[in-house]
Design a binder for this molecule. Structure first.
Ligand SMILES: *Cc1c(COP(=O)(O)O)cnc(C)c1O
Length: 387
């Protein structure tokens, strides 16, 4: 049996995969099993921020593998401590809890908010406001936090204690804060899975102010927007707000699984021994790789991200067959006159990998994609969209 047949026979049917088996690559070029080469504008859903087989990341991972691959959290570990320090000094947050995925990072943030509510106002203050059209993960509780009914089907009862506000409508947020006994607000600054739409700056500032006034924990889900993706190290830095909790995952690990929940002043003391944990969380190999990624996301690289973003917007806005372009940095949604699935398939045929978000074609190229590859890929995408 070939790989596709094996997969179909033995892997749970949760994924509608593209009919391609990726086997190798370098940077923003990736190869399938038949030897066909693609320019990758998907980066494994915003994970491979420095592309495939990035040399520095690989060296950091291999060096750590040569020392020790896993310790558990019963012992101290250097890569984990160094990564936490780097995250805190770069963001201004105070402490980090490490896990293995975005969903877990958000689970930890939800626990933090509930604990905060209990501490400050009482046990019944457990409701968290999230946004309609949000996406926070696939566990039952992060699905419950996800403001899209379609994700709740089949899995009821959901975890209680989540209500959903209309994005960019501060009055709706105020109303929900009044109507419910809340402990926190959790938002993505650019909704990724929801269709790559950035929140308004004034709205986000209003939400942050409201959270402060009402003593609610402000949680920013930067699982997708974090680690340079939007042109800032973390998107909140560009929005001019100070969150109490920031979660991240995807791009942090450079391709190995990791999740991080960063806790600010209001939240840093919430967890004491035994209140959360993870067998693999803070794995030394994943952390050593993540540290090499984070250290290279500097102002020079971020300026490059913003420049490439401006280029993509300029090329696609008003292009033939394009209805609108949304997003921020190198997290971009293209609403096309053609069906997105059709555009994706045609691009694949022509050697460009792009993905989908709702009805849009989603672009998540490597932060360091070379200009030549970016230009060739966008040229092909434009041709496909306009045909
Ligand atoms: C991908 C994503 C998640 C879930 O992350 P996993 O690593 O798949 O658990 C949560 N929130 C946002 C905003 C995401 O984009």
């Amino acid at each position: 049996m070939n790989v596709i047949e094996l997969d179909k026979q033995y892997i749970a049917g949760t994924y509608a995969r593209f009919p391609v088996q990726l086997v190798s690559g370098k940077g923003s070029r990736v190869c399938d099993a038949a030897g066909k080469e693609y320019i990758d504008l998907g980066t494994g859903i915003a994970v491979n921020g420095f592309g495939i087989g990035d040399t520095d990341w690989k060296n950091a991972v291999i060096a750590q593998l040569d020392k020790i691959q896993h310790t558990s959290n019963l012992y101290y570990s250097e890569p984990c401590a160094l990564l936490a320090k780097e995250l805190c000094t770069r963001t201004g947050l105070k402490k980090v809890f490490f896990s293995n995925s975005g969903a877990e990072a958000n689970e930890c943030a939800i626990k933090a908010a509930r604990k905060y509510g209990e501490l400050k106002k009482g046990k019944e203050y457990y409701t968290i406001i999230t946004l309609k059209n949000s996406f926070h993960g696939r566990t039952i509780t992060t699905l419950s936090a996800t403001g899209q009914d379609v994700f709740h089907e089949h899995f009821t009862p959901m975890t209680e204690g989540f209500v959903f506000a209309q994005a960019n409508d501060i009055e709706d947020m105020r109303r929900l804060v009044k109507e419910h006994k809340c402990c926190g607000i959790m938002i993505e600054l650019v909704q990724g899975e929801g269709g790559v739409t950035a929140l308004d700056k004034d709205y986000v500032k209003g939400v942050a102010e409201l959270a402060k006034q009402e003593d609610l924990l402000l949680v920013i889900d930067e699982v997708q927007t974090g680690n340079g993706r939007t042109g800032a190290l973390y998107a909140f830095m560009d929005y001019g707000v100070t969150p109490d909790v920031v979660t991240t995952a995807k791009g942090l690990g450079g391709g190995l699984p990791i999740g991080a929940t960063m806790l600010g002043e209001k939240a840093e003391g919430l967890f004491t021994a035994g209140l959360n944990g993870s067998t693999f969380g803070g794995n030394p190999v994943a952390c050593a790789g993540a540290l090499s990624i984070l250290r290279r996301i500097d102002e020079k690289l971020l300026a490059e991200v913003r420049e490439k973003s401006a280029y993509i917007f300029a090329e696609l806005e008003n292009a033939k067959g394009v209805k609108s372009v949304s997003g921020k940095g190198l997290m971009i949604g293209v609403d096309c006159e053609k069906d997105a699935g059709e555009v994706i398939a045609k691009c694949m045929e022509k050697g460009v990998l792009v993905i989908k978000a709702k009805q849009k074609v989603r672009l998540l190229p490597a932060l360091n994609i070379p200009w030549t590859e970016l230009k060739s890929a966008i040229k092909i995408l434009k041709e496909v969209i306009s045909e």
